[in-house]
Design a protein. Structure first.
Lengths: 425, 153
């Protein structure tokens, strides 16, 4: 996620174009996982895990070497297929290695949570120290280590599985999970774009702000254990919705307000997701099958959310960009600075707007700094007002997309309440 | 068990209340208000540019003139200025270039008249300024009345 702003600039693409880097991966995970449900119990889990890690390893290398956006998206599709295989197979393998379905499932869920926790911070550091390619290059050795470990595991590392043809018992829990993961898109995809592309924070600082979410998720786990299952799910979904409403209502760029809103989203996910994850697994229907099913539904939620949120954001940005330019013109025309400074700054600013239209991220402070804002307090004040006005206008353009994400979390709450007797069966 | 549940539920309620308070803080900080500065209506009088000296006078004339032109064209001063530079992506769909030029020159002439009436421009200089507004290429006039500045110096 934290490489998205750099990809946006590197490939001179649109919001929708860059969203496909995430959408393609999650769509491939969802499609592959849902297709695997009918087959996963017939094949040895260890074999699927090895195949998945090998595909993921090769696709990660291909992503890191991609020379165009279509190639990157294609490699991400293959990477997603590999991820679906390894996610589906790792649950029964973990169960067998630990000797307990419950322990294996707990480690599986915890590993996923830690992945979300470490991902943004690590991605931010790699993007800033190297570039976006480093994120994918770093995934390859991790996959290679997993591959070595999987090959070293006992050949028959797979659980004796139960069999129940239908997975309908887990539908309510999976529906809630799919909706909450859709809402998670709003939190991560939108928040990363907002913090780095619009507010201009570095990837590392952006990672620090966004990492409030997974930290809050981990911190809230003890509270989740104190609550009843339904209370944790409903309370968690309500907190995610409230956090997203708070992100939607950000009055102006503010890292503190954004971090506070992300913290509520994180706590909500920490309360609801572990309980729902337990409810979504049905060992009687086959651990591998129900695990694969829930992986598919979660990523389907992500894909559907991305497919609706990215176009909604992209549709609102041109109008917001126009408003931002007009307000910037107001600030500059009325600025209490001399013509000899105002005119060249205005011309350079127009050049920055042209860069923005070409898909690059404009540096709106640069024209002011180039013409002496460092030593001219009036020009510096004009720069700060103009940049603030533009950032505020674009920040408000994210509001409908954040509200849509909040709607997904509210829908998860509604599903949990309506199906309260079945959600925890 | 009940006590643990009660404590957990209490913490959850506090968190929900805190999330609501955060939304309240954002509303208090202007989340429901529109972004400032608002785009002023060009046909309504506004406070003149406050700068002093020749530079301030030129900016007053140009800004008043742009307001007059925007009023005449049924747009805003900002849209008009940005539409003059193709790269900004702002266009006046309803007016061709000659109409825009005519409106800007008319607006500036009216602004010069106002400046003369206020005593900002000496009477003997006003005809020369008007001639300049009528003859100098539009781009130079809009780039801050640099030619006017040259003349007044």
């Amino acid at each position: 996620m934290l490489a998205l702003p750099e990809l946006y600039g590197h490939f001179h693409t649109s919001i929708e174009g860059v969203s496909w880097v995430v959408t393609a991966y999650n769509a491939a995970v969802a499609v592959t996982a849902l297709a695997l449900i009918a087959l996963v119990h017939r094949v040895r889990a260890r074999g699927i895990l090895v195949a998945g890690l090998l595909v993921f390893f090769l696709a990660s290398l291909a992503c890191s070497l991609a020379v165009s956006l279509p190639l990157l998206i294609a490699a991400r599709c293959v990477q997603g297929a590999g991820a679906a295989l390894l996610l589906a197979a790792s649950l029964p393998v973990l169960g067998a290695l630990t000797g307990s379905v419950a322990r294996g499932a707990a480690i599986w869920t915890l590993a996923g949570t830690f992945g979300i926790a470490l991902g943004p911070a690590l991605g931010g550091v790699l993007t800033q120290v190297f570039d976006w390619r480093a994120i994918f290059a770093a995934q390859a050795p991790v996959a290679a280590l997993g591959l070595i470990a999987a090959l070293a595991a006992p050949r028959r590392a797979a659980l004796e599985e139960g069999w129940r043809s239908s997975l309908t018992r887990t539908w309510p829990a999976n529906a809630c999970l799919g909706l909450l993961f859709g809402a998670l898109v709003g939190v991560l995809f939108l928040a990363v774009l907002l913090v780095i592309t619009v507010w201009g924070y570095s990837p590392i600082t952006g990672a620090a702000i966004v990492s409030v979410l997974p930290v809050a998720t981990l911190v809230s786990r003890p509270l989740g254990r104190r609550l009843g299952g339904l209370t944790a799910i409903c309370g968690g979904a309500a907190l995610v919705a409230a956090g997203l409403v708070a992100l939607a209502l950000l009055p102006s760029p503010s890292a503190w307000l954004a971090a506070a809103a992300l913290a509520f989203c994180g706590i909500g996910l920490g309360l609801a997701v572990p309980t729902l994850s337990d409810a979504a697994l049905d060992p009687a229907a086959g651990l591998a099958r129900s695990g694969t099913f829930t992986v598919g539904v979660r990523h389907l939620g992500l894909v559907l959310a991305l497919a609706s949120i990215a176009p909604l954001l992209a549709a609102g940005l041109p109008a917001a960009g126009r408003q931002a330019k007009l307000r910037a013109a107001t600030v500059l025309l009325d600025a209490p600075v001399g013509l000899s400074t105002k005119v060249p700054v205005a011309l350079d600013l127009a050049g920055e707007f042209e860069r923005a239209r070409a898909g690059e991220i404009p540096d709106l402070a640069k024209p002011f700094d180039d013409h002496g804002a460092g030593s001219d307090p009036k020009l510096a004040a004009t720069r700060d007002t103009l940049v603030g006005t533009i950032e505020e206008t674009i920040t408000r353009a994210f509001r409908p997309a954040f509200l849509l994400s909040a709607g997904l979390a509210a829908l998860a709450l509604a599903v949990a309440l309506v199906a309260r007797r079945r959600v925890l069966e | 068990m009940t006590a643990r549940l009660t404590f957990g539920a209490a913490v959850l309620l506090v968190l929900l209340a805190a999330a609501s308070a955060l939304v309240g803080v954002e509303l208090g900080k202007g989340a429901a208000r529109s972004v400032s500065p608002p785009l002023a209506k060009p046909c309504q009088a506004r406070a003149p540019f406050a700068g002093g000296g020749i530079d301030g006078l030129i900016q007053r004339i140009v800004l008043d003139g742009l307001d007059g032109a925007a009023c005449r064209l049924g747009t805003t001063r900002e849209e008009l200025v940005l539409s003059l530079r193709p790269g900004t992506g702002i266009r006046l769909g309803h007016a061709d270039q000659s109409t825009v030029e005519e409106a800007i020159r008319a607006g500036l002439l009216r602004s010069v008249d106002e400046a003369e009436r206020r005593g900002d421009i000496p009477g003997f200089l006003a005809p020369a300024v008007r001639r300049l507004v009528q003859t100098v290429p539009l781009a130079r006039l809009i780039q801050g009345g640099i030619s006017l500045g040259d003349l007044l110096r």
